[in-house]
Write a protein that binds this ligand. Sequence first.
Ligand SMILES: [Zn+2]
Ligand SMILES: [Zn+2]
Length: 373
Amino acid sequence: MANTGLSAVWHDEGNKFEIREFPVPEIEDNGVSIRVQATSVCGSDLHVWRGDGRTAQDAPRDPFVFGHEMMGSVAGLGKNITTDSLRNPLKEGDRVVFSYFFPCMRCYNCIRGEMGACKFRMGRIPVNEWPVCNGGFAQYYYLRSPQFLFKLPDEIDDATAAPINCALAQVMEAFHIAKPRFGDNVVIQGAGGLGVNATAVAAEMGANKIIVIDGQKPRLDLAKQCGATDIINLTDYPTVESRVERVMELTNGIGADIVIELVGFPAAVEEGVQMCRMRGTYLEVGHISPNSMVSLDVQKLVANQIRFHAIQHYDPWILPNAVNFVQKTLGKYPLTDVISHKFPIEDIENAFRTAEWLGTDKGSVVTRAIVTP
Ligand SMILES: [Zn+2]
Ligand SMILES: [Zn+2]
């Protein structure tokens, strides 16, 4: 293991990355050091990069390293760690996926098995407080204890594996909460990384209609190949009313059993709840930026008995399930095509610029850009 590694440090001031070399953190007896091999630019990373939800009055945060949708190989193991989280023998060089948050296992939520809801699971430390190489957009990532990591089968390549711990695991968690039934009609708002993964998962769950809404043709085409039965292009259906009406048309006037929001703009929520059937389930995943205010007539939600769930992160068991899903469906859906561009860490600014789609007419063809630190 090298003693130092490169990190892409984010500065709120000037909205820019700076590539810096830091020492690799010392490995504690129950810690694991990861050599990051592939990190995708997730839609939520774009929110950070754009400064969505931040106002001119907000003081700049201390410089930090972000990036979370990643995989890597074991660079070093603490002396107590000999296996992955399913007791498979683990050694240096093994390729793994892992959660990018660390349930503490000793809090109100953790002891109820609600590890994705541990209040103490996060812990991004600014680089001036902990000047080490640690992050998704960095060459090394440190898994403190207790961590959850799982060995990857050889046939799943790095680029395919990177989105497992965010895009895929996140939508799998959401659908588990919805408790779908075979033959449900599903609406997916947004055909980005999470959207196309959600489409494939809905198809494998046995959904009847899978209606995907987006404004960009390349993404919608990909969604079709990932199992969408119907698409609603914002260009063809420019108003909320026309899109809601289209969903009703496609569901015999009933509405969708499940609507999942993977866009992260408040207007999408106001629109999406109208697409639910009576007593349908609305899964809110997309909003990770602060100050996301919506205008909703709660009386209508009550009258229509909408089951509204807000979801972030997942319990650790979702990860091996997600790995199995990818392995079982390898080649069936072009999920790998989601990764359309690769960039070295020095070129991270370009990765973000390429992944950016907001404000462009046609949209970027890139659904997921990947950084290979
Ligand atoms: Zn993400
Ligand atoms: Zn906890």
